[in-house]
Design a protein around this ligand. Sequence first.
Ligand code: SD4
Length: 345
Amino acid sequence: MRVKTVATRRKFLASSAASLTLLAARPAAAVPLAPRPGVRGKALVISTWNDGIAANQAAWEILKKGGPALDAAEAGVMVTEASQNCCVGLGGNPDRDGIVTLDACIMDHKFNCGSVAALERIKHPIQVARRVMEKTPHVMLVGEGAQQFAVAQGFPLEPAQLSPDAEKNYREWLKTSQYKPVINIENSGNLQPGPVGGPQNHDTIALLALDATGNLSGSCTTSGMGFKMRGRVGDSPLIGSGLYVDNEVGAAAATGQGEDVIRMAGAHTVVELMRQGLSPTAACRAAIERVARIKGAQAKDIQVCFIAVNNQGITGAFALQKGFSYALCNAADQRQLLKSEYLLK
Ligand code: SD4
């Protein structure tokens, strides 16, 4: 009897492994894509905060040659991940135990998506997120499992050490050990984008790309809120919260206090509002008004910001508080840094 059970179980495992392989090899969804001749040739990139300018440049290098939005979304945010930054990549601020943990996700025009959370010692979490999307039957891997997958995919394990900036910030934070996120910390120090690798680069980045064929993709990557609890995951790696792409409608992404983006499924909400006919800016505004309604009197203590682009190539943004900047890049001008409108005056 027992022998039979083990044999049956083996058979089940073998067949489920086979079906996993099958699943992994199959595209996520066969979605009919509406042809949109109106946006053909209108490639653009929109991304969060001041460092979006440098990220957009890398994305534009791909888009201007007619390359795919997905490649642009990945390459753009890799610039930010490689820079010295409070809020993105291994140079970012650690959690309250002094460990840097990274969150990232990526999504293409066919509802394919991949994500990693609480990933340690890997320089480019966005690349790992893309591998999750392309090489596994899953959408999201976290913690040790995500790291194990990354190493198996050939990503080097970086040293477990803080950048000099993060080390300094952490020592300072340990004096009080109080979790009090600073609104718009991404802007601290310098309103101009610094050189890649320079000490003034501050940005948590979400990026949306529209390619010359009219397809949309997006990416989002962060070290999360500095001095967070160990194991805390924010909105950035969550498809539907930090990022959402529906090629038939548009794409949206979020930055700011992740918990308050998650509780109203931020990026997905913005996309659904665009589906109902709102412009990208109006959709971002309506989503921010929802955050404000949910938070009530506490809304003044947090920052939440959205960027969006619709399937006609119209872009928009809106924030809860003053101080949110976003970068826009298109054929006419590749270095636009815009100040977002905001709700709480
Ligand atoms: C988080 N949304 O982990 C991120 C933080 C962020 O700009 O966007 N900072 O909650």
